[in-house]
Write a new protein. Sequence first.
Length: 196
Amino acid sequence: MRSEREKMLAGELYDALDPDLVADRYRVRRLCQKLNASSDADEALRRTLCTQIFGKGGDTVWMQPPFYCDYGYNIELGERVFFNFNCVVLDVCRVRIGDYTLFGPGVQVLTPMHPLDAALRRKQEYGKPVEIGADVWVGAGALVLPGASIGSGTVIGAGSVVTRDIPAGVFAAGNPCRVIRGITADERNSYPPPPA
């Protein structure tokens, strides 16, 4: 018999009130509370907490609390990922984030889904994984919805709602988020960026 956690990670219907899953959520919420209450000066404590929260990459993540997640162990970070203030990652399925990706304040990465049938929704839910490439910049207040992926080197405009896959190397924005244009070689190789 498969566990509820195994069903959850497989994107199948599962019982979120399973005692093992409830215990896992309590564990990471206690860790997030400690992280969110820590001071900027206590870098060693923050690093320890991040290595306990994240499934991978907690040793190099750059974090501006507060930060919230469902399980933490389903979040796999590349090298030096940055979360600005008030980010949320609901990780009932895997969330993979590539090296040097930046999240503006208030970004939410969401994997949970709920059945349209109300009777089923009372008992079970499911999820879809999210994959975000390397060197992505997700602007403030953007939402990345279940099952979406974002290619490496892409910039997502502030307030966007990413409902579907976005390719690599583009600027995308809006609700729903859509590709606005490619990022030019001049933009990739200059600072500050040229005027729009």
